[in-house]
Design a protein around this ligand. Sequence first.
Ligand code: DX5
Ligand code: ZN
Length: 222
Amino acid sequence: MAPQPKISPSMLSSDFACLADEAKRMVGCGADCLHMDIMDGHFVPNLTMGHPVIKSLRKHTDAFLDCHMMVSNPEQWVEEFAKAGASMYCFHYEATSDPGALIDKIKASGMKAGLAIKPKTAVEVVFPFAEKLDQVLVMTVEPGFGGQKFMHDCIPKVRTLRSKYPNLDIQVDGGVGPDNIDLATEAGANVIVAGTSVFGAPEPREAIRVLRESVLVNVTNK
Ligand code: DX5
Ligand code: ZN
């Protein structure tokens, strides 16, 4: 089946004091998944949330929780996130010495497995693992903060992955919005993370619709 659009608002841009309501609001606006940015202050120079927050949120929504693990030693948290109700555990290639074993561990826990690469990491590192991954995340900013500028030079990595893996879920994350979405989808991205551009839009529902339409036109129905 052709890759389907999955629009995943980054909850990093939400009001954390009302996380459950914000999650429901995004689902109501058409979000397919919710992107949860997990930062440990070590792999990236910022701190956000851990599995206790996922566990609390899970009581309020059955949405797909797409956890982007910007943490050192990602092996450490697999069981805790699975127990907390995470749906996807997307770790960074740069944070582990044995991606294959970690993918197996994630899958054995019942979660989907994703592999993320930073802007300076070559796309080729993904190839040995692509067949057993549920998603590859191509970062389009340096991980750590919302609201950064989209890095165009990461897009050829998306194109390479799409030509090699026609059915793979390919996610882009960082600075993505209605103004540049076509660059990402024309290269083949179908899973779209957007924080600032969705939460900051006058009509988040409309922003999500534009992102979805771009995937449908350029990827799904191409
Ligand atoms: C950055 C995070 C992103 C970020 C995206 O490290 O991985 O998910 O929240 O936010 P925007 O869309 O504002 O760049
Ligand atoms: Zn992210």
